[in-house]
Structures are given as structure tokens and as C-alpha cells.
Design a protein. Sequence first.
Length: 255
Amino acid sequence: MITGFVGLGPGKAGTSWLYHGLRQHSQISMSNIKETYFFTENWSKGIRWYENNFSNNGLLKGEISNRYVFELVKVVERAFLINPHTKFLIFIRDPVERAVSAFLFEKQLGYKGDLNSFINERDLSEFDNRKLLELCRQHIPNKQLYIVSFSNIVKDELTELNNICKYLGVDEFQSLPTIDRNTTKKARSELFSRFGKYIAVKVRYFGYTRFLQYLKNSDLVNNLFFYDQVDNAFKNEIKSEFKKHIPANYYCGLE
């Protein structure tokens, strides 16, 4: 098996949008579940384990794992060991918007701290687009790197999706496929949320990726653990606070 492309993350920048979109392409075989983490924590399980995460061996293989970005050099080196022609996708979003989304997602997973705690505990340089792009260009040839712009997704989903298809060397979509979109919700219970995260880790570890994908897509499971989206007033309040802590040069790559 040869990996055709790898989405490096980071999360909250369009990774789920692209994963669900490319899963519907007839020439692409995406991993059965988003985030196999084969090139990091599951590398020791071997290529056979990785192969079992894909359904059709005759198509272009691809995966997206959000945390690859935190071990980018290792991931790129290992992917090149399997296929020196591997293509990579890096996702860029307004750093303040991504920080807001990341905080709300952590709350959804049961994070107990408030916004100030999150800012103090988190290394906000992870939202630095400039640093991320510099690292990519140091280790990935330009012709093997595509920068997925969240703003381009918002502006015209079909055009951005087809630009990615052209980069991957597959046919373009004639119309926009139906794509599941992540929405930020509130956890009904921190205990429930933490339990769900624990179960997801264990299910992924033992390789039951299709079952995990089923759980993640289940309305019953989502309604059990979460309810309604966070209101815009609360989001704007968080956004204003993050703007005080995100330097201007973090916005590189949004032009």
C-alpha cells in the first residue's frame, strides 16, 4: 500500500470538512476514520495495521490527522519512507477564530478551566500561521504541499474542494457533495464528555475504526452527550479576549 496524501492539521481549520468531502470521491480512499495517527503514536503497529484502516486498495489513499502538525517533521520523514511522492495538506485559518474554536471544543470535551486558564496553560504559538508555514517549507517540497485556506472554504466550497482535487491529480466534483460540518456544542455533563473521550481513545487503539466512525456520526450519541450550539454573543466575548493575546504576525498566510 502507498499513501498518496496526508493532511497534517491543525484542527478547527477545515480538516473535517475536507475528510468528509473526499470520502465521497470515487477515485479516493480515505481512512475509515479521520485521525489514524499512524505516523505518530501508532507507527509501531506497522503498515499492515495502517492498511486495515482503508476499505479499497485500488484507489488513491489519504488520511487527515489533526495532531500531526505537532510532530510535523517526524510525520513527513515517515511518510516519505513509505512513499517519497507523498503529498501533504496544511490547513490555515484566522488564528483568533481558530483559538476560539479550539477553546470551545476543549470545553465540549470536558475542560474545567475558564478562558483565562486556557490562555495561561496553552502555548498560543500553536496558532502562529507564520511559524507553521515556515516549518512546512523547510521539510516539504513546494510541489508536494498544498495550503488549505479556511477563508477560501467559506468563500466558495466547491472551488476550494476542486482545487484540492486538481492538486491530488483526481477528477473534479461536478457539484458540491453533501458534507458533514462540525458545530460547536455544549457538553451535557463533563463526566459524560470525559467518558466519551476515553472510549474513543480505547476504540481507536484497538483498531475498531469503523465502529468509532459510526459512533461519531450517530445522532443518538451526539444528542446524549451534547446540546445546541454555543450562542454568538459568547463566541464574540471569547474572540475579543483572544485578540489581546494573538500577535499580528500570527496572521501570515491569510492573504
